[in-house]
Design a protein around this ligand. Structure first.
Ligand code: GLC
Ligand code: CA
Length: 573
C-alpha cells in the first residue's frame, strides 16, 4: 500500500502560526462521568459533579480532560449506546450543565474532549426505531446493516460474525408487517450489544448526521473528540464470513477481520478533519483504534486524518525492559513517520487497572476482566509499585499521555464485585464467563470520612456500613486509604507522586524533548536521556546503579546509589 509522504514536525514558529498544537504534548485525563462525582445523591456521577471537582485536576497538573459519553442513552453499555447525539442524558444533567462545565474548564485552561460514538447508535435512536417500523429495502433500513437470513426460513444469521461482547453479532427483528414474518424477517448487525446496531457508513445520511454532530459540539466550544471504535466503521463489501484463528496474534486478527481496519474508514476521517479545520487548527480527533502493528495504526494519524490515536500496543506491553524499549522505538518511528505525536496510555475504562494488571504475568485478555472465580490473586503491593514505575516511565516519554481517573490515587481493579452489581454487557452476553470491565469503573473515593467516600452526598459511612446505595457500583470497604484527601500533601503518596511527575515533566520539557537511549548493562534496566534528565526504569528485581545527579522524581524509595527493582527515577545532571 502507498505510504503517505513523511511530514516533518513543524518548527515552533510554524506552530504558532498554525495554532498551539497543544495536543502534541498534552496530558489528557479521562473522566468517566458516571463514576467521577455525584452532585445529587442518586449514586451516579454527573456533569455538575465534574464541574465542582475540576479544580482538583488543575491541582493534579493535567492539560485536558476527555469525557466518556454523557449523551441521551438507555445506558445499556454505560452510555456507549447513544439515542441522541446532541443532548445530555438527564442522568448526567442538561446541556446548560455541559456549557457550565466547558466554561469552567476553559476558565481553568483545561481543554475538553468529548466522546463520539459513530460505529453504532442505541437501538432507542429514532433512526433505528424508524428502521424497525419500515420494510426491508426501505431508506430507513439502509442507514443500518439489515440483511436477510440464510436457509429456507432465513433463520440462520447472514454470516458467522461474533459480537465483541460474546454471542452472535446479528439479531433477528420482528417485522412490523406481520404478513412477512417469520420467513422474511431480517437481521441487523451489532458488533457489540444487541442494543448497539451498527450504522452503514456507505450511507450518505449517516455521513451527514455525524458532520452535524461534530458541528453541534464544536459550535459549543469543545476542543475535540475521542472517536469510539475508530477501526470499525467500514465493513468489507459482502460481509464475508470470518473465523479468527486463535493461534494468531492480535495484529494478524486485525489484518484479516472484515470489520476491523478496513480502508473505507480513512475517507470518513479526512472528511471530519476538514470539518474540524473550519474551527481553526487546535480542535482534535483522537482515535480509539485497536489496530496492530503500529506502522498500520499510523495511517489513522496521517496529516489529513486524526491528530492522535491511542497506543494500545504500549498499554498491552508487559512490564519488561526489552519489550518496552521496542514498543517505544516502534511508536516513535511509526507516529513520527507521519508527523504525528506518539501517545501513551496505561489504563482506561475498558481494561484492568494497571495497578492490578501489572502484577499479573500474564493478565487475562482485554474484556475478560477479573472476578471471584478468575482464581488470580494479584498482589496489590507489587502491582502498585510496578504501576508507579510504569507511569514514571510513560510520563517521561515524548508525546501526549492519557491518564484514567483514579490511577492518580493508585486504585486497584475491584475484583470482588457481587454478580448482582455488575452491569457490563460482556458479563451478561457470556453468561458470566467473562467478568468484563466493571472492576475498573467503581466510583472514585474523594474523602475518607464522607458518605460514599465523598463520591456523592448519599449513602452511609462508618465501619462495616454498606455503600451499595451511595454509588452505582459498590466501593470496597478498604478504599479509605486511597481517598484523595488521605493522600493530598502526604509525601510518598501516589497522588503526590503523580503531581510531582506532572510538574517535573513540564519543567523539563520531557514531552517535547528527543529521547536518546543510553547503554545499560542489564536488559531489564532501561536508561534514556531527555534534555537535562536521565530516566532509569528498573523492570527487574536486581537493583541498578543510580546515575549521578539530583533525583527529581522517584516512583518509590531509591537508595543513595541504587535503584531497586520495579522502580523508575528521573535524575537531573
Ligand atoms: C469502545 C468503548 C467501550 C464500548 C465499545 C462499544 O471500545 O471504549 O467502552 O463498550 O466501544 O461502544
Ligand atoms: Ca447524580
Amino acid at each position: 500500500m502507498a505510504r503517505p509522504a513523511t511530514r516533518t514536525p513543524p518548527t515552533p514558529a510554524a506552530r504558532d502560526a498554525a495554532g498551539s498544537e497543544w495536543w502534541r504534548t498534552a496530558v489528557i485525563y479521562q473522566i468517566y462521568p458516571r463514576s467521577f462525582a455525584d452532585s445529587n445523591g442518586d449514586g451516579i456521577g454527573d456533569l455538575p459533579g465534574i464541574t465542582a471537582r475540576l479544580d482538583a485536576l488543575v491541582e493534579l497538573g493535567v492539560d485536558a480532560v476527555w469525557l466518556s459519553p454523557f449523551f441521551t442513552s438507555p445506558q445499556k453499555d454505560a452510555g456507549y449506546d447513544v439515542a441522541d447525539y446532541t443532548d445530555v442524558d438527564p442522568l448526567f444533567g442538561t446541556l446548560a450543565d455541559f456549557d457550565a462545565l466547558l466554561a469552567r474548564a476553559h476558565a481553568l485552561s483545561l481543554k475538553v474532549i468529548i466522546d463520539l460514538v459513530p460505529n453504532h447508535s442505541s437501538s432507542a435512536h429514532p433512526w433505528f426505531q424508524a428502521a424497525l417500523a419500515s420494510a426491508p429495502g426501505s431508506p430507513e433500513r439502509a442507514r443500518y446493516l439489515f440483511r436477510d437470513g440464510l436457509g429456507a426460513d432465513g433463520d440462520v444469521p447472514p454470516n458467522n460474525w461474533q459480537s465483541v461482547f460474546g454471542g452472535p453479532a446479528w439479531t433477528r427483528v420482528n417485522e412490523a408487517d406481520g404478513t412477512q414474518a417469520p420467513r422474511k424477517a431480517q437481521w441487523y448487525l451489532h458488533l457489540f450489544d444487541t442494543s448497539q446496531p451498527d450504522f452503514d457508513w456507505t450511507n450518505d445520511e449517516v455521513k451527514e448526521l455525524f458532520r452535524g454532530v461534530l458541528r453541534f459540539w464544536l459550535d459549543r466550544g469543545v476542543d475535540g473528540f475521542r472517536v469510539d471504535v475508530a477501526h470499525g466503521l467500514a465493513k468489507k463489501e459482502g460481509l464475508p464470513d470470518w473465523t479468527p484463528d486463535p493461534s494468531l496474534g492480535m495484529s494478524d486478527h486485525q489484518e484479516a477481520a472484515p470489520y476491523w481496519a478496513q480502508p473505507g474508514v480513512h475517507p470518513i476521517y479526512r472528511d471530519w478533519h476538514e470539518v474540524l479545520a473550519e474551527y481553526g487548527p487546535d480542535r482534535i480527533l483522537t482515535g480509539e483504534a485497536w489496530v496492530e502493528p503500529l506502522s498500520k495504526l499510523a495511517d489513522w494519524v496521517r496529516p489529513d486524518e486524526m491528530q492522535q490515536t491511542f497506543n494500545f500496543t504500549f498499554l498491552e506491553t508487559p512490564w519488561d525492559g526489552p519489550r518496552l524499549k521496542k514498543v517505544v522505538d516502534d511508536s516513535l518511528a511509526a507516529f513520527g513517520g507521519v508527523g504525528a505525536p506518539s501517545t501513551w496510555v496505561l489504563s482506561n475504562h475498558d481494561v484492568i487497572r494497571h495497578a492490578t494488571r501489572l502484577a499479573l504475568t500474564p493478565p487475562p485478555p482485554q474484556g475478560e476482566g477479573l472476578g471471584p472465580n478468575t482464581k488470580l490473586y494479584p498482589d496489590d503491593v507489587v502491582g502498585l509499585r510496578r504501576a508507579r514505575a510504569a507511569t514514571a516511565f510513560m510520563l517521561a516519554l515524548p508525546g501526549s499521555a492519557y491518564l484514567y481517573q483514579g490511577e492518580e490515587l493508585g486504585l486497584p481493579e475491584v475484583i470482588d464485585l457481587p454478580d448482582s452489581a455488575r452491569q457490563d454487557p460482556t458479563f451478561f452476553r457470556t453468561s458470566g464467563a467473562n467478568y468484563g470491565r466493571d472492576g475498573a469503573r467503581v466510583p472514585l473515593p474523594w474523602d475518607v470520612a464522607s458518605p460514599s467516600f465523598g463520591f456523592g452526598p448519599a449513602g452511609v459511612s462508618g465501619p462495616g456500613a454498606s455503600r451499595d446505595d451511595a454509588s452505582w457500583l459498590p466501593q470496597p470497604a478498604t478504599w479509605p486509604s486511597y481517598a484523595r484527601d488521605a493522600q493530598l500533601g502526604i509525601p510518598g503518596s501516589t497522588l503526590e507522586f503523580y503531581r510531582e511527575a506532572l510538574a517535573a515533566r513540564r519543567t523539563h520539557h520531557l514531552a517535547s524533548n528527543e529521547l536518546v537511549w543510553l547503554p545499560s548493562p542489564d536488559p531489564a534496566v532501561l536508561v534514556f536521556r531527555s534534555g537535562a534528565v536521565t530516566v532509569i526504569a528498573n523492570t527487574g528485581a536486581t537493583p541498578a546503579a543510580l546515575p549521578d545527579g539530583r533525583v527529581v522524581l522517584a516512583s518509590g524509595p531509591v537508595g543513595t546509589d541504587r535503584v531497586p527493582g520495579d522502580t523508575t527515577a528521573w535524575i537531573v545532571t
